[in-house]
Design a protein around this ligand. Structure first.
Ligand SMILES: [Zn+2]
Length: 93
């Protein structure tokens, strides 16, 4: 796995952030500079699903914020036809 950091605006809130590619580049692990946002991992398919769903994105901000600096990580993925957003222990990453 590559640990190369990419700079890009946060997927959830458009603030300055960095991400690394995870899961064979199928996911991105974002670390956001916005104090109302935080840290999360999102799959590329979930990014496609949510691209125009700003309501859902804003609901995820507090979850991402809660994970910053903790042992938990917000994971956003597609399950069937729905989006699943869960906080999981990082050890499972
Ligand atoms: Zn953000």
């Amino acid at each position: 796995m590559s640990n190369t950091k990419f700079s890009e605006s946060c997927y959830l809130c458009n603030s300055d952030s960095n991400y690394i590619k995870t899961d064979n580049e199928k996911k991105r692990h974002y670390l956001c500079s916005n104090e109302n946002c935080g840290e999360y991992e999102i799959s590329l398919s979930a990014m496609e699903h949510l691209i125009h769903n700003n309501d859902f994105k804003s609901q995820l901000l507090p979850l991402a914020k809660r994970c910053k600096g903790t042992d938990g990580l917000l994971k956003i993925s597609v399950k069937g036809t729905a989006i699943e957003a869960k906080v999981r222990p990082r050890a499972e990453v």
